[in-house]
Design a protein around this ligand. Sequence first.
Ligand code: ADP
Ligand code: ZN
Length: 700
Amino acid sequence: MIISVVIKNRIKGKEELDYFSPSWIPIGCRVKVMLNQVSLIGFVVKCREDETLPFKLNPILEILDEKPVLSPLFLDLFSYLQSITCDTKFDILQQCLPLDKKLNEKQLTPTTIKHYKRTDLKVHHSRAYKELNEFQPDQIIPNGVYSKAQLRNYEKKGYITSFETLDVPQITPTLDLPSLNLQQQAIVDAIDVERHDVHVIKGPTGSGKTHVFMACAHKVLSQKKRVLMCVPEISLTPQMIERFQVFFDCLVIEYHSYLTPKEKMNALALIRSTPACIVIATRSGLFIDESFGLIIIDEEHDQSFYQSTPMVYHAHDVATFIAQKTNIPLILASATLSLETYAKALKGVYQLHVLTQRFEASMPSLTIVDMREDIKQHQSYMISSPLIQAIKKRLHKKEQVLILINRRGAFPTLTCQSCLTSARCPDCGLHLNFHQDTQKMHCHYCSKVYEQYACVQCGHTHFTGSGYGTQSVVSRLKQLFPLASIERLDSDIDSLSESQRLLKAFTIGKIDILVGTSLVSKGLDIENVTCVGILEADQALSFLNLRSSESTFAMLMQAAGRSGRASKQGEVIVQVMDPHHRVIECLKEHDYDRFFKEEMKFRHLTQLPPYQYLISIEISHAHANVAYEGALTLASQLKETMHVIGPSQLLKQRGLTRYQLIIKTKDWLASMQNLKDLKITEHPKWDVKVIANPFALGGL
Ligand code: ADP
Ligand code: ZN
């Protein structure tokens, strides 16, 4: 038999190799093979007769599984992903394989707890033994009755036996699901959990979408099926878990990349052993190879549902594939749906459901502050007087304030005090940021931290900082409001437990003002937050990237949506440089529909998605001239059959020079096939990364 095996191989395009086996091996099993004198774990993708062996093949050394480690569904997903990406089979496979069956990784097992139970063997002598007789056969011995040594001794004598179980958390629901309002109920009724459809739920922030998910989850759980809910931000999973745990008497399990491999394995073992449970996960949850009865993608417009390394995929594509194949509903929900999703819903490809207003609360009032006026009058360029007044008023009423500034650190620009050259990361070419807490310069692109930095022009080591980020905003607020408790939450806080502690403290009112990046704009549901201030709200609009309007609008709407979610009237103060930008005008009216219409007009005019699709091709090499040669060669090759824009140069990444080509196409699947046929990622000289339907262009 010739067995085709996928393995990790550094030679491009050679990650599927043939081996010999005397007997048939099922597709989907793992095997041990040799490659260049090294033993590797591979994955069987084909098995065929060997009548015309062209040359002598190496043998399969060992078969590691009796049956396939991927279900038929995930084997299909593996082929589907091969058709929509240009990534290597190995990377795609690693993404699809279950955690405990990956190739070349340590094998994981879940944590178990040991229990003892009584056997029916009678005990005759001694007092302690008499006690044992009081237990019925098969009765579990409660913890703490006997010492470990005693238990071991009794087990040896055959009076008790031991068995292991998973560590299952306690379930204590405290509330019944609330009754829904008419609009919520109509949506729940319209979602048939017995069949596949893509349902789109559009509703402003605070309109009760989460309660619609809960009611749908309830229907699915009562059929003894699992529910998967994907959320964008890792720091929000515990909050969402808590919200669900209050209402459900089943396990609510979190699954995301911040869990250690062992914790992930424990979560996976719990999911596998529980037919009806709720899994709250980030995008990687879609690769849990267990059957679900419903998949929900909350905040479906969010960038975190796009993955670009090591394998490119969009959570929508994976979720749609799984939902279709398993005939289950998929819910996509947001207050600011992605243009693609809403356009499909309006066309009738997806079923559209709408919640029109906040649940028993009104939208917050919104004030746009033109910062050019403040700057002209030499007022603060950071925190405007209307915002200072608003914060003062809210603190006085013992209400809470959220300040959003989408930039970490203290100073985003550093200028040499001797020659005025700005400090840039040598690897990326991007401006370096000064961080107050570390007193060091940080590159926000490649995450490099500079212990020492000398000006590239004159070698001077003193720099002047300008602009501001979360850290300098906190310092300024502390000067303005010395009695308030003020904290910062951004991705520099890299421990999940610390960000959890901050969110918890904010939730229970221990923090008066929380300053954060877009991280804090999503999902928070805190009744006492009545004022949201957004600094440099239109800053990202100057980037002119594919989705900069769309993602800025979504971020601002989300941030504004954190204010006044319950009975207290909320307000939002938005500081901008251009109050007449269409994104800001739409935000002022909380008007998603107007934004959608205007942005679609723009996309139509420029023939950008969803009118035409884009494929980004990135060519990189350590030597600038090789990268350039690659870009030109590829551009002229592709221009024969495709609409190619570029090459354009990108920022360096990890010292590599990068160029980008963009393909515009009406049929992205056909174009991807074309690119695969040309084997453009297998060039021996330069590296090529292909991303279909990228979130942004330019890799930023
Ligand atoms: P969204 O997910 O659309 O932002 P949520 O589901 O978080 O909105 O709802 C906003 C607020 O309204 C929450 O505090 C939630 O508890 C409350 N709420 C929503 N629907 C109901 C309901 N049917 N009964 C009681 N409270 C509700
Ligand atoms: Zn850098």
